[in-house]
Design a protein around this ligand. Structure first.
Ligand code: PLP
Length: 376
């Protein structure tokens, strides 16, 4: 019957504890990526009001290649290129669409993409669209990237190798060894793709992410998303002008899609200005990360980490149960299970944002201890 196999699939997911469902946002925020609490800020609300007042439209009315190319898109791209120190930038409606475009259009048939084993699903989706061969390298193991390129060259690979990583991993909160990866890229004439989704606005000089000076290099492409610390939505691919031209000319997610809202482009420009105007947001967040490391140390949280704190529980059902109990206690914490993370590493993904404060973090630590005891 119609939709029977879909129903069976849903039942299978439910039986294996992997059925995804929507839950309302409630309780103290320990889960969003609104790291700098900009999403509902008066600052961005006024930027939106000012843009509307000067006639910036909500909708673009078409794809960028047709009537949808608006001066706000181009102004945002110019601002982003200047801020991050790249030759050029291109705006996408989401980071997911940007990764589809990057991986589908930049590596070519005959190239090799060596990606970190824990890279985001959107990069995997892009690689599926692309024509290059792909291979995973062990997480954060720079030598594994070099070895994969070496094996490919020894096997007759003659194209360009592309090294693809996140600068700060979305589910593990650890940083990529960018200096080592850059050295490997230089040694092997490789391109380095750096997804800064969770670093943008939070880490690096001026909140410009962890790629820092690498932005100016001809062999580096970065992705900065607007939907996380910047409090809006959308994404900016930064890199050499040839990369921008190639994405405009060849990337189907860019070509065959309505251009993002010019209003959002205008607000995102202001969010980028916040990074310079309000550095105290970053310093407050870094201080809260320090508090979290203190209050959550007993759960294996290592010092020197980031605003993304995984508490690995292993078992899928246990992770979901502990997260649900924390939500009942007023803390919005989500369980993350396979396939989003590798089998056997189901976890709580605790995100520290400016929506938390030190007493709330201490209370979360206490509630987590009680909940884990009860669920043991
Ligand atoms: C590392 C990483 N890259 C890309 C994306 C996709 O970005 P967006 O949410 O803007 O589609 C995400 C979102 O979760 C992410 O964590």
């Amino acid at each position: 019957m119609l939709l029977d196999s879909q129903r069976q699939d849903l039942a299978r997911l439910a039986q294996t504890g992997r059925l995804r469902t929507l839950a309302p946002a409630a309780g103290r925020d320990f889960t969003s990526n609104d790291y700098l609490a900009l999403a509902a800020s008066p600052r961005l609300a006024s930027a939106a009001a000012a843009a509307l007042a000067r006639g910036v439209p909500l909708g673009s009315g078409g794809s960028r290649l047709l009537r949808g190319n608006h001066s706000e898109h181009e102004a945002l791209e110019a601002d982003a290129a200047r801020l991050f120190g790249a030759e050029a930038a291109l705006f996408f409606p989401t980071g997911h669409a940007a990764n589809l475009a990057i991986f589908a259009a930049l590596p070519r048939a005959g190239d090799l993409v060596v990606h970190d084993a824990l890279i985001h699903a959107s990069a995997h989706d892009g690689m599926r669209l692309g024509r290059a061969a792909t291979v995973a390298a062990a997480h954060n193991d720079a030598q594994a990237f070099a070895d994969a390129i070496g094996r490919w060259r020894a096997g007759g690979g003659t194209g360009t190798p592309w090294i693809a990583v996140e600068s700060l991993y979305s589910m593990d909160g650890d940083r990529a060894p960018l200096a080592d990866l850059l050295a490997i890229a230089r040694r092997h004439d490789a391109m380095l793709l750096i997804d800064e989704a969770h670093a943008t606005g939070v880490w690096g000089a001026g909140g410009r992410g962890l790629a820092g000076d690498l932005h100016a290099r001809p062999d580096v492409v970065t992705l900065h998303t607007g939907g996380k610390a910047l409090g809006c939505e959308g994404a900016l691919v930064c890199g050499p002008a040839t990369v921008r031209d190639m994405l405009v000319a060849r990337a189907r997610p860019f070509i065959f899609s309505t251009a993002p809202s010019p209003l959002i482009a205008a607000v995102l420009r202001d969010a980028l200005r916040v990074l310079a105007d309000e550095p105290e947001r970053r310093t407050s967040l870094h201080a809260l990360v320090g508090s979290a490391e203190h209050h959550l140390a007993r759960f294996g949280v290592a010092p020197g980490g980031t605003q993304i704190i995984p508490v690995i529980l292993g078992d899928d059902a246990r992770a979901m149960q502990v997260a649900a109990r924390l939500r009942t206690a007023g803390f919005d914490v989500r369980g993350i299970r396979p396939p989003t993370v590798p089998a056997g590493t189901a976890r709580l993904r605790i995100a520290i944002t400016l929506h938390a404060d030190e007493p709330a973090i201490a209370a979360l630590g206490a509630a987590l201890a009680t909940t884990l005891d009860a669920a043991a």
